[in-house]
Design a protein around this ligand. Structure first.
Ligand code: PLP
Length: 483
């Protein structure tokens, strides 16, 4: 399997998986996509029924990762998806809310959110490829809480990798802060910036925009547009599909809370690979750019001023990066046409495909969409708790609310649980009057010793720290010679 960019780069020189694993954007600003989606035949799908999570992961990932020997890939998968890390042998167990409506628990990893599924694999893949190629990677990132902790838990203790994570000093929840700052691994550097999340992002941009500094210190990122993250997420659509059906070929719909379009893109890919998916129901919160597109054909990303802070904060996104990969399929995988749309986006702030052949393709692609508000979240959390005795987090509640509204009654619905309720205690208390219980391993989280370096919101201060503590490629080369 080889990869091309959505905007045309690499079309004459498609890249192997390893080359796109450690890169961010393609050189033309586009995103890496496989040259085609590998398809499972009905017989191949039937043979996967009953497979373990790791077996499904190997079946799916080996179609995308063809430049790591299968035996090594199997080893990576088996050490990543363990009951010790994800709480059960099922990794992503399914429970039933009401007849034909299920909840797929993909949030039982170390940071209690679905991003662990992809990032834990990414950590293992990075370590493998870096060791194989005698390279080091210094990951530089900014977080307002969630993605950063997921990346730190994925990279802690990994050889040839260091993480420098910038977070806004004193602006995260006590839980989020403790989750990150209590990590004692020497390769994890928490930099608490005296400023806002935007300041953190600006500093990361400044440092990674300095090509010489970036090269000198082997800087990289763990971003939401990494293809390996999407491929890892495809696996739980397969797992959820088999768990919710008893008959081969029976269709299933999924309800997916959406921000950056990463999670639901994996559903779109799973369908393109042959999984019998009826509807992909996307749920936005008050930041409804994607709902607007799927209802009207108009895609109009918002500015920061128009982006609301909501009680499902991980979906407070105005521009959905992974949407570009979906639109690449809608335009028939034609990079020229894709570039035209994105040129309109950059020029006029949006595009509108209503009334064009593209709109027909969007409608045929099986998406449905809806929107959920704070009142909807609270009501849904309360209702699910009263009727099923289960607590769900606010993001999951957005998905359940919209999924119940738009589902076809005859098709089983799988709602994807994107975080555990313990992470969002204020909204849970508002809905049901008490705090969500925490997994036992987190009971004393806030009282563990914490460690971070407070830095001013100044790129040169951060630059100095990175320069001092970054892993150097030379060092590991020397170690090799000695070994
Ligand atoms: C990241 C995140 C989302 C949004 O997922 P996308 O892949 O960006 O669409 C939803 N819920 C939670 C809890 C998240 O952390």
């Amino acid at each position: 399997m080889k990869y091309v960019s959505t905007r045309g780069a690499w079309h004459d020189d498609p890249q192997p998986f390893r080359a796109i694993l450690l890169e961010g954007l393609a050189p033309d600003g586009g995103l890496a996509v496989p040259q085609q989606y590998p398809r499972f035949t009905a017989a191949e799908l039937a043979a996967l029924r009953g497979a373990s999570y790791a077996e499904l992961a190997v079946a799916v990932l080996s179609r995308y990762i063809t430049d790591i020997p299968l035996v090594d890939l199997r080893g990576i998968v088996e050490t990543t998806y363990t009951a010790a890390t994800f709480g059960s042998d099922d990794i992503t167990p399914l429970s039933t809310l009401e007849p034909r409506v299920h909840l797929l628990h993909v949030s039982n990893g170390p940071t209690l959110a679905f991003k662990d599924i992809a990032l834990q694999l990414l950590g293992s893949l990075f370590e493998y490829v870096l060791r194989d190629e005698h390279r080091v990677l210094n990951i530089l990132g900014a977080t307002s809480g969630d993605t950063g902790s997921s990346a730190e838990y994925a990279m802690r203790g990994k050889r040839n990798i260091a993480v420098f994570m910038l977070s806004p000093h004193g602006r995260m929840s006590a839980f989020q802060q403790a989750q990150m700052y209590s990590l004692a691994d020497p390769n994890i550097h928490n930099l608490a910036v005296e400023g806002t999340f935007d300041d953190c992002q600006d500093i990361v941009k400044a440092l990674s925009g300095n090509a010489q500094f970036k090269r000198a210190h082997s800087l990289g990122a763990v971003n939401s547009i990494n293809w390996a993250r999407i491929a890892a997420q495809v696996v739980y659509y397969f797992k959820g599909y088999f768990a919710a059906t008893t008959r081969d070929g029976e269709p299933v719909s999924f309800a997916v809370p959406t921000g950056n379009f990463g999670n639901v893109l994996a559903g779109h890919v799973a369908r393109a690979m042959g999984l019998p998916v009826a509807q992909l129901i996307i749920a936005t919160n008050e930041n409804d750019v994607l709902d607007e597109f799927f209802r009207t054909g108009r895609y109009r990303p918002r500015g920061a001023a128009e982006t609301h802070a909501t009680s499902s904060p991980s979906m407070d996104i105005s521009k959905a990066s992974n949407f570009e990969r979906y639109m690449f399929d809608v335009v028939g995988r034609d990079p020229v046409r894709l570039r035209e749309l994105w040129r309109d986006l950059d020029r006029g702030g949006g595009f509108d495909v209503a009334g064009t052949p593209l709109w027909d393709r969007v409608r045929e692609s099986g998406f449905a969409s809806g929107r959920s508000t704070h009142a909807d979240r609270v009501a849904t959390i309360r209702d699910v708790h009263q009727r099923c005795g289960l607590l769900i987090d606010p993001h999951t509640a957005d998905g359940v609310k919209v999924g119940r509204e738009l589902r076809r009654p005859d098709v089983p619905l799988v709602c994807i649980e994107t975080a555990l309720p313990a992470k969002f205690s204020a909204t849970i208390r508002e809905a049901v009057g008490f705090e969500a219980p925490r997994p036992a391993a987190y009971a004393d989280l806030e009282s563990r010793p914490q460690r971070c370096t407070v830095v001013p919101a100044d790129p040169s201060a951060v630059e100095a720290i990175v320069a001092q503590h970054a892993l150097a490629a030379g060092a590991s080369a020397t170690q090799r010679q000695r070994a």
